[in-house]
Design a protein around this ligand. Structure first.
Ligand code: P6P
Length: 342
């Protein structure tokens, strides 16, 4: 006898947000619709990532993106799906994507709305060929300009002004994790229903951390403070307790593990590459949305010296160092950097 799910316990994204909206009467439902548009894009991207090995979409295109990184075919697909499912709805004033050097204006034939959507369409794409978890990261702000087509100024906003932040993780299952400032909630895609169902309500980062995530292959290029911090995490210095190292080279995968199991991810500035003086990760559509989520789950995101959410962006693809996850461990990183680095 197959077990029938209790219909009163099936909470879709829409029902969850409508329940939340009841707590915010001023909400117009537009954000619900934007999240639904993103969830639909995610279903499409998930359908392509889980079949990547079967369809000739592995491997790189001939293009490179603004970061000088080779664009994997799935990057292109994810980017186009996010744009096409959001450019005509009348909910957005402007978009921005890791894959596009400049802002993505809403086509003139479509109306504009009051929100701004920025995203990394497929983060960790270098893992596509090796079947490791990859993800989509998104950030939603209210527009700052009064009217008309959105502008660059609408995109250059600090993380503390985020309205919604979230990510998709395409792994053993497909999950959507988001916050609108009232806690962090995770939804798992039920492929039979074709719906994201609430599976992880009110996610909180565990008080007792288990993991640390960093690319220790670059340790020789780190500052003294970061190197000493790493020894602390390994239980080799200053009475630190040794944590397990887990790093898959996919920010969403590493962040998600630390969010659920407890831990810290860091990609510090290093002197390995003069192009990355302040770190590799992007502020607007990677570090800031994940820092909003971490903060809402009881954690913290820092560039090693300040709260990521307070950084005023000056350019669309601005990079930053990132220490994110368990609040105590991130604050410990700031302490080491304050103590040992000028
Ligand atoms: P490295 C992927 O390119 C990414 O932006 C993050 O997803 C990931 O954490 C990091 O870079 C991996 O970088 O230098 O360790 O390969």
């Amino acid at each position: 006898m197959t077990e029938v799910a209790d219909p009163t316990r099936i909470i879709t994204i829409e029902r969850h947000i409508l329940d939340e909206q009841r707590a915010h009467p001023e909400a117009t439902g537009t954000l619900t619709s934007i999240l639904y548009d993103i969830a639909l894009a995610a279903k499409f991207i998930a359908s392509r990532t889980t079949r990547a090995g079967l369809v000739d979409i592995l491997g790189s295109t001939e293009d490179t993106n603004v970061q000088g990184e080779r664009v994997m075919r799935l990057d292109r697909i994810a980017d186009q799906v996010m744009i096409r499912l959001n450019d005509h709805t009348g909910r957005l004033a402007v978009m921005a994507s890791e894959e596009h050097e400049h802002i993505i204006p809403i086509p003139k034939k479509y109306p504009v709305g009051k929100y701004v959507l920025m995203f990394d369409p497929l983060d960790g794409s270098s893992n596509i060929d090796y079947n490791a978890s990859i993800g989509t990261i998104f950030a939603i702000f209210r527009r700052k300009s009064a009217s008309g087509r959105g502008k660059l100024e609408d995109c250059l906003q600090p993380g503390k002004d985020l309205v919604v932040a979230g990510y998709l993780i395409y792994g053993s299952s497909t999950m959507l994790v988001y916050t609108s400032g009232a806690g962090v909630h995770g939804f798992t895609l039920d492929t039979q229903l074709g719906e994201f169902l609430l599976s992880h309500p009110n996610i909180r980062i565990p008080q007792k951390p288990k993991y640390y995530s960093c690319n220790q292959g670059y340790q020789a290029n780190w500052s003294v403070g970061v190197a000493r911090y790493t020894q602390y995490l390994q239980g080799l210095a200053d009475g630190g307790s040794s944590l397990s190292l887990r790093y898959i080279g996919s920010l969403v995968g590493d962040f998600h593990r630390n969010l659920l199991a407890g831990g810290v991810y860091y990609y510090p500035a290093d002197n390995r590459d003069p192009a990355l003086p302040t770190g590799k990760l992007r502020l607007l559509y990677e570090a800031a949305p994940l820092a909003f989520i971490a903060h809402q789950a009881g954690g913290y995101g820092s560039d090693g010296r300040q709260d990521i959410l307070n950084i005023e962006p000056i350019s669309l693809h601005q990079r930053t160092a990132l220490f994110i996850g368990h609040r105590g461990l991130v604050e410990k990183a700031e302490e080491y950097i304050r103590t040992y680095d000028q």
